[in-house]
Design a protein around this ligand. Structure first.
Ligand code: ZN
Length: 207
């Protein structure tokens, strides 16, 4: 298979002032493009790594091909990240079934918000924080991963992820990761997309 850079689902300035057009131009056109290009370079010598991106991520992880894993996982992460944000997003207007499940497994919205932001702030260095569903139990949880790693390799399905690499916030927030995390939760989350992934249930990604 070959990786392809997807188009952003909105205009570059659609998330302004919470995430600027300049950030999205660099993040999507340069950083995500580089994961696509570097992943394809490695894949061109490895024809049997999988039929789907999820299979490539899991096979690269299993075979400890760190170069392919980093690029394939970051391609997967960013494909979803663009959809995890939307203009006029964020806040506590969650679709009902999702809100009930978060309340049951994690706590009320304020508790969720605090724990999600905390996970992003305590991820030392580059990485991601997540709202994920355990594939075995269906339970929701907050987690964090380093670098390109994601819930897929932990037997979990990602419902929401926030990129806490500096390339995601340095232009707009400098070193203030807390301000970026707050803007992400309060003003950018695309809850409709999170609910869509929640309704699909545990991801069946054959390794
Ligand atoms: Zn990124």
């Amino acid at each position: 298979m070959t990786f392809e850079l997807p188009a952003l689902p909105y205009a570059y300035d659609a998330l302004d002032p919470y995430m600027s057009a300049e950030t999205l131009e660099f993040h999507h056109d340069k950083h995500h493009q580089a994961y696509v290009d570097n992943g394809n370079k490695i894949l061109s010598d490895l024809p049997n790594m999988g039929e789907t991106l999820e299979e490539v991520v899991l096979n690269a992880h299993k075979q400890q091909n760190q170069g392919l894993f980093n690029n394939a996982a970051q391609h997967w992460n960013h494909n979803h990240f663009w959809h995890w944000m939307a203009p006029n997003g964020g806040g506590d207007k969650l679709p009902g079934a999702l809100e009930n499940k978060i309340t049951e497994d994690i706590g009320d919205f304020a508790t969720f918000r605090g724990k999600f932001i905390e996970a992003g702030l305590t991820q030392f260095g580059s990485g991601w924080c997540w709202l994920a569903m355990d594939n075995a139990t269906g339970k929701l949880e907050i987690m964090k991963t380093a670098n390109g790693d994601n819930p897929l390799t932990h037997g979990k399905t990602a419902l929401l992820g926030c990129d806490v690499w500096e390339h995601s916030y340095y232009i707009d927030y400098r070193n203030a990761r807390p301000k970026y995390m707050e803007a992400f939760v309060d003003n950018m989350i695309n809850w409709e997309y999170v609910a869509q992934l929640f309704e699909q249930g545990p991801m069946k990604a054959a390794a």
